[in-house]
Design a protein around this ligand. Structure first.
Ligand code: HEC
Ligand code: HEC
Ligand code: HEC
Ligand code: HEC
Ligand code: HEC
Length: 352
């Protein structure tokens, strides 16, 4: 017991110090009142016995419970820390940029990733990612289709997928310096999406409110590294040799530049730019594009001929009110009910 107290004191001192040393602006560094989180989830750092290192027994369910909320708000306070909420028990007021697992829980399988602790196995896909190919997955462990999808770890999305346990795979990240977002460590990867220790993590510009109240001007900025991340589990839908014109259209070209010609020149026709900004278009939150490099600030300008189609142009990452986690209701779009949304934000049909 004495030993544990000593260890805890040292740890607390260490963190108190790093809290002071942390450079300004590293938003994701959680500090402050340790007890608020660590006594709420006492299992987080349990002693495994005298002389043994602390054991991290927090499992996937802990990610889910801390990142969920009973009310409609999607940023909740825990002591002084703001927790981004990705699973709301009631319909969320402002889903964050990844969407919300509420929809897969309430509307069913097609509406999101069936993550363990939130939704049971997907009846069609079971635990297998559509298009999974072991050889294209850089994880040394690989995705185990006998086991459910989790938030982090080798069967999950966040953290290091070379580590099986969701908590071990993200350990230390919540307290590490998270900028610059250069993909070198988990904390310095966009939203902790490191993929594996050996490959570069996802890079992007992180909106400090996780997309809460996003506008065409203030939003996350992505690069095509997000496509590589999704392709770790869905490469069969992404590999160039399988994306032919004869393929089902959902193998839509991804990672390609939005052409600076024809119909694409009128991207987001519902929101034409002011005359002095001709040659650019206004960014649409319903069909966002990735940038060739991470910009310093987010911008409402889209440049056909430069910006890039990505998985998240059409999908969200967690869950959405629409089937296939799409940003819009595909059925109403193909039937032409909605001429300025969805596919038509890019396929404006006015050119050529
Ligand atoms: C005790 C509560 C708690 C638990 C448990 C927890 N988190 Fe978090 N998480 C937070 C807080 C607080 C933040 C916000 C940090 C900040 O200020 O940006 C956060 C942020 C994040 C982010 C966003 C990082 C960013 O770039 O903004 C991700 C991703 C994340 N957590 C994943 C996980 C995963 C995966 C697990 C389980 C392995 C987990 N969290 C467990 C509290 C928690
Ligand atoms: C760690 C593996 C993994 C990663 C990485 C991953 N997915 Fe998935 N995905 C799955 C699994 C497993 C399923 C099947 C179970 C389900 O639907 O929840 C799935 C299903 C889907 C579906 C079909 C949903 C449905 O229920 O019909 C879509 C769409 C999808 N993923 C998109 C994405 C996108 C976009 C990304 C990147 C942001 C991504 N996935 C990253 C594992 C992954
Ligand atoms: C907002 C919630 C929150 C607060 C406040 C918080 N922690 Fe944590 N802490 C977490 C989460 C979540 C994890 C596990 C995930 C991780 O390591 O990223 C964690 C992990 C740890 C770990 C193990 C990982 C590592 O970095 O070695 C230590 C030690 C730790 N916290 C110490 C502290 C101390 C000391 C304080 C007070 C200065 C504190 N924590 C305040 C949420 C919190
Ligand atoms: C231009 C829009 C668009 C882009 C870009 C896009 N998708 Fe999709 N995706 C769709 C649509 C629409 C569907 C539904 C297909 C259907 O009805 O069969 C779909 C379906 C899926 C499915 C479910 C397939 C199944 O058989 O259940 C997965 C998984 C998926 N997409 C992953 C991805 C990944 C990963 C990327 C990026 C590499 C991506 N998508 C890029 C529009 C898109
Ligand atoms: C973010 C912009 C964007 C969105 C949204 C989008 N597309 Fe596309 N689409 C493109 C681009 C760019 C191309 C490639 C054009 C080229 O190479 O000339 C393309 C090509 C296609 C093609 C030709 C296939 C091929 O292999 O070249 C089809 C069919 C298509 N899109 C259908 C759709 C449908 C259906 C939707 C809605 C589910 C959709 N697109 C949404 C940008 C988009």
């Amino acid at each position: 017991m004495k030993k544990l107290i000593v260890i805890s004191t040292v740890v607390i001192l260490m963190y108190a110090l790093t809290a002071f040393w942390s450079p300004k602006g590293s938003e994701a560094v959680v500090s402050g009142d340790c007890e608020v989180c660590h006594s709420l989830y006492p299992g987080m750092m349990e002693a495994a016995g005298a002389g043994k290192p602390l054991r991290y027994v927090l499992q996937n369910s802990m990610c889910v419970s801390c990142h969920s909320n009973a009310d409609r708000n999607t940023i909740k306070m825990l002591g002084g820390a703001r927790v981004p909420v990705v699973y709301s028990r009631v319909e969320p007021e402002h889903p964050l940029s990844g969407g919300n697992f509420y929809y897969v829980k309430v509307l069913g399988d097609r509406h999101g990733h069936n993550v363990d602790g939130i939704a049971s196995a997907d009846e069609k896909n079971l635990f297998l990612p559509p298009g999974y190919d072991r050889f294209s997955d850089p994880s040394t462990i690989g995705f185990d289709p006998e086991k459910p999808l989790s938030c982090a770890g080798s069967n999950g999305c966040h953290g290091d997928r070379n580590i099986e346990n969701p908590f071990a795979a993200i350990l230390g990240t919540h307290h590490s310096t998270d900028s610059p977002v250069d993909g070198t460590t988990i904390a310095k990867s966009y939203r902790f999406l490191k993929r594996t220790a050996k490959v570069k993590g996802v890079v992007g510009l992180e909106d400090k409110d996780w997309g809460y109240n996003a506008t065409p001007k203030k939003h996350n900025e992505y690069t095509s590294s997000i496509n590589n991340f999704c392709a770790d589990c869905h490469s069969g839908l992404y590999r160039r040799d399988e994306i032919g014109r004869e393929s089902p259209w959902f193998r839509h070209p991804t990672g390609i530049v939005l052409p600076g010609r024809g119909e694409y020149k009128s991207y987001n026709p519902g929101m034409p730019p002011p005359p002095e900004r001709s040659g650019t278009r206004i960014y649409s939150l319903d069909a966002p594009l990735a940038r060739p490099a991470v910009p310093a600030v987010s911008s409402d300008a889209v440049r056909p001929g430069t910006d890039i189609v990505m998985c998240l142009s059409c999908h969200v990452a967690h869950g959405s009110p629409n089937e296939f986690m799409l940003r819009w209701d595909y059925d109403s779009i193909v039937s032409g009910e909605d001429g300025s949304r969805g596919c038509f934000i890019c396929h404006t049909g006015k050119g050529e």
